[in-house]
Design a protein around this ligand. Structure first.
Ligand code: ZN
Length: 279
């Protein structure tokens, strides 16, 4: 029998400070990687649960400024993990991707990346989908939500006006990889190769219906209202991708799938944007 998950054990495993430290160390000596955490106030804080002794909560953010691309303007992407607190693979996937970029900055040539590995810090600490105030944060966007995480992230989305928004998720009802596309009309041409690349590690979900949506080879062109997305007033629309791994698959394979998908998205993104502009 595996050892029981005691609150203490869970707290250690899900201690954000411990988890982020290696990347913060890398950032200290890097010309590309920067730590730029945000802070929010936990309205439900008692100090009793999770790694946070105070009401101030860290919402982690890293910047990665890739090498320049010979005069072409930088493309700005927002990458979001851990909006559902129990989807550990998305948090670790985003962090692993940053580590890979640190080792191989060329992957991010021409990109300015804003990476939010843990969008739901209280849910992550508690190992729940919901934030500590009991809501599914990924149904709250652009609905005048007063949840502090939403207010903070919406402000980021407005101020940074991303060219692309990539949200990482893990679905325990899916036996394979799939994703949602939204926004820019050519977005599926970025998700398609990302799914192909990640399917070297985990199978792709080819069901005709996934998560109650009509799906085509693992791609869904619909979505729930209130999911993390570009500000309604942003034009032209950015590319918006939700990438999902099967949450019941081994954790290391999911982390690898997220990392490969993100790498492939960066590889394809600029070409698709330029193609779109010439139509
Ligand atoms: Zn999710």
């Amino acid at each position: 029998m595996p050892p029981a998950v005691t609150p203490k054990r869970l707290r250690e495993r899900r201690n954000l400070r411990t988890l982020l430290r290696p990347l913060e160390e890398l950032a200290r000596g890097s010309q590309h990687l920067f730590t730029a955490h945000l802070e929010l106030t936990d309205p439900t804080a008692t100090g009793a649960i999770g790694p946070y002794p105070h009401q101030r909560i860290t919402l982690p953010r890293f910047l990665f400024a890739g090498p320049g691309s010979g005069g072409a303007s930088f493309l700005r992407l927002g990458i979001f993990g851990g909006l559902h607190g129990d989807e550990e693979a998305t948090v670790l996937g985003a962090l692993a991707f940053l580590e890979k970029l640190h080792a191989q900055p060329e992957i991010a040539r021409g990109y300015e990346l804003f990476v939010y590995p843990v969008g739901n810090p209280t849910g992550f600490a508690d190992d729940t989908r919901w934030s500590r105030s009991g809501v599914d944060l990924n149904r709250q966007f652009w609905r005048d939500s007063a949840e502090p995480e939403i207010v903070l992230l919406e402000r980021q989305l407005v101020n940074l006006a991303f060219d692309g928004i990539i949200a990482l998720h893990a679905d325990d009802t899916s036996p394979g990889l799939y994703g949602f596309v939204k926004g820019h009309a050519l977005t599926r041409h970025v998700l398609e190769p990302a799914l192909t690349r990640a399917s070297t590690v985990l199978p792709r979900n080819f069901d005709r219906s996934i998560d109650n949506f009509e799906a085509n080879a693992g791609i869904i062109e619909a979505g729930y209202p209130g999911v993390l997305s570009a500000p309604p007033a942003q034009h032209p629309r950015p590319l918006e991708i939700v990438f999902e791994t099967p949450a019941l698959a081994p954790l290391d394979q999911q982390i690898e799938a997220h990392t490969l998908a993100l790498e492939e998205i960066l590889l394809r993104f600029r070409a698709v944007i330029s193609e779109g502009q010439s139509i």
